[in-house]
Design a protein around this ligand. Structure first.
Ligand code: SF4
Ligand code: SF4
Length: 385
């Protein structure tokens, strides 16, 4: 039986979060549990989710006070703490500064780790790929503790403990992985392989204010008052998706793959939830991003033309678009899918949906939140919500 700690935490006050994290560790086994997780003076890497945001309180990123509280607790066991992330097409150092992490790191003598420094490695028993370029600090850390944000995600429906390590793929290489494996099942295998490579040992998930709707970048904040902690990333994510309304956790693609391949603990009967309960913490009106259903399970087995005809399309909201062309810059099929044309004197993107692989990087990384994912009537037939 895998254990996770489910904690109620009503605001981003650092002393409160520190108390909650300590309470979570206590529930999971106390001092001996932490000592087995973090051998004395081991090299611990913290992996928050950060981006070049306008406000360090943005619901897009892990809140800096969760980062600070985690440092305070881990400092009791080791002084060798570093942190890092690689936010796609952005400068990671600038993102670390703008999201408030650098200031806290300096206060506690935590080292900034450059995720653009990659190492080429081989994965034993992969689900998909054997050879990888991965951020050296993540690969070489003794203990990687992930600090994800609970958010919706256009391609994977939900992003949390497992998906957060996609940030260990250096910079713009992420787009190439989307290009190689655009469908959710195979992209799930990539996510699980990355976690096998970097050996993520523990997750502290920030769901105090989560993100619902058009995630992972342009959704809306949702107060959930939740922290979830555990050794098993899949158990943490399985618990999180139950809280946001999934009755069947296997609707989330990477949880289904993790269950099918026995990669991790996924099913609720195999997870002991300590602290709060699902029924008291469930968010009844959470807006999932793309509700899951049969469509993605049958897409991989279908003819490409049919599957594309059914897959949801990225579309622009003209009023929000500023014509910056960033959507084309981040598209793995750069210059082949998105073109620009004027409509009422405004420069707007247009999609060639036959060429689009539906990775939704454009939706994820549009700085204005001007791209949404639109289901088609035929696709809706296969969706539940
Ligand atoms: S990235 Fe967003 S704002 Fe910029 S051109 Fe594309 S849709 Fe418009
Ligand atoms: S247009 Fe958007 S969804 Fe289509 S391939 Fe490019 S980034 Fe992916």
């Amino acid at each position: 039986m895998e254990k996770v700690a489910l904690l109620k935490c009503t605001d981003y006050q650092v002393d409160l979060i520190e108390r909650k994290i300590r309470e979570g560790f206590e529930l999971l086994g106390g001092d001996s549990f932490i000592r087995s997780l973090i051998p004395r003076n081991s090299k611990v890497l913290l992996k928050p989710n950060f981006l070049n945001v306008n406000s360090k309180n943005s619901p897009v990123i892990t809140h800096h006070t969760v980062f600070e509280a985690a440092i305070r607790v881990i400092k009791d066991f080791t002084d060798q703490i570093s942190f890092g992330d690689s936010p796609g097409h952005q400068d990671p150092l600038r993102a670390a500064e703008k999201s408030g992490f650098m200031e806290i790191a300096q206060k506690y003598h935590v080292t900034y780790a450059d995720f653009n420094d990659a190492v080429h490695v081989e994965l034993d028993k992969p689900l998909l790929y054997k050879y990888w370029d991965i951020a050296r600090p993540a690969y070489e850390a003794d203990v990687l503790i992930t600090l994800p944000k609970l958010k919706t995600h256009a391609l994977m429906y939900y992003t949390g403990a497992v998906k957060n390590q996609f940030g260990c793929v250096p910079g713009t290489q992420k787009a190439q992985w989307h290009l190689k494996q655009p469908d959710p099942e195979y992209f799930s295998r990539i996510l699980l392989d990355i976690n096998s490579l970097v050996k993520t040992k523990f997750a502290i998930l920030d769901g105090i204010i989560a993100m619902e709707g058009n995630g992972p970048l342009n959704g809306n904040p949702k107060q959930m008052d939740t922290i979830i902690m555990g050794r098993s990333l899949t158990a943490v994510d399985s618990t999180a998706v139950r809280l946001i309304g999934y009755k069947n956790v296997l609707e989330v693609p990477f949880l289904k793959v993790a269950q099918d391949t026995l990669w991790g603990t996924v099913l609720p009967p195999d997870i002991e939830i300590l602290g709060e309960t699902i029924s008291t913490m469930r968010c009844k009106d959470f807006k999932v991003c793309r509700s899951s259903g049969l469509v993605n399970r049958i897409l991989p087995s279908m003819d490409k033309f049919v599957s594309r005809a059914m897959a949801p399309d990225p579309v622009v909201i003209p009023d929000l678009c500023i014509g910056c062309k960033q959507c084309d810059v981040v598209c793995p099929k750069q210059n082949q899918v998105i073109s620009f044309g004027k409509k009422k004197e405004k420069l707007l993107p247009k999609w060639d949906y036959n060429a689009c692989i539906r990775c939704y990087c454009c939706q994820e990384l549009c700085p204005q939140g001007a791209i949404v994912i639109k289901n088609k009537p035929i696709g809706k037939l296969f969706r539940r919500h």
